[in-house]
Design a protein around this ligand. Sequence first.
Ligand code: SF4
Ligand code: SF4
Ligand code: SF4
Length: 331
Amino acid sequence: MGFFTDTSVCIGCKACEVACKEWNAIPEDGLDLTGMSYDNSQGLGASTWRHVAFIEQSKPLGHAHADVDHGDVDVLALAAQGSGTPPGEAAITPTTPGTGPAGTGAADAGDGSQGAQGVEGTQEARTDGDGRGELRWLMSSDVCKHCTHAACLDVCPTGSLFRTEFGTVVVQEDICNGCGYCVPACPYGVIEQRPHDGRAFKCTMCYDRLGAGREPACAKACPTESIQFGPLDELRVRAQERVDQLREAGVNDARLYGHDPQDGVGGDGAFFLLLDEPEVYGLPPDPVVTTRDLPDMWRHAGAAALTLLGGLAAVFAAHGRDRAPARRFWR
Ligand code: SF4
Ligand code: SF4
Ligand code: SF4
């Protein structure tokens, strides 16, 4: 079982973050703006097991039609047409372009292609704007990847981290001794020790809820089904169909991340549909299980130990032969 997170339909509401906090009784750990975006929970951590990243980019808006120049699009002016209410009078800036006020020529063509007409009708409004260029927000709800080959689990000396019957990776807070070995072992930088406590925490994929036949709280709370929970093979098929659909619609940057069982971690139990390079979302482009070389290291260490023991045995044997005549001499 696992997650497919379709970031193309995430609206950044952060309901998943809140649901995770609430269900798992995770303590508050501060809400601070980074100065880089409107994201106020900053990243995954010991007390943030779900994190919705807001990434602001200067890239084409809306449907990102291939080979279409969106240089003339003014999103604020389009939004103003949406409700026919001048922005100054609207309580909330409307965001759905649609039938505009009389005289703007912004009527919806009925096929979702009102944009060009709307843009023409808003040239005057653009000149009154603040002059900023077009912008898009990528929103992505990140979480522990529940790796098939999980290095955090490999290095845990207490058995606090274990693989569940659902294929997920869970850390048990009552067994964790706070050694922190798992923290640098995670190739995604997910697991973290809680300050003033030392124990490591991360997403459990709501182990208690799965045991009761319920879906994880974050997936349950997501209003757009950006977070989908289910058997991984089914989710992979669905995810590929969604990528194909997006590419047909001209979103050529759509791609899957973490879905391939042949990748460096054996595939993620939580994989993603992204709209740009993984690095844009703060994800490693080619993650590798950090304990990949551990069996080889043990083999080499074993061979070195055997060689050392053999050498010592040879030295003692030779030393014994040298001492035998001396004993006879002194008798
Ligand atoms: S290695 Fe990191 S991402 Fe993978 S299961 Fe462990 S904590 Fe999660
Ligand atoms: S699966 Fe449960 S623990 Fe993991 S992020 Fe979602 S709500 Fe939190
Ligand atoms: S993943 Fe769903 S619940 Fe979370 S921010 Fe996006 S739309 Fe909201």
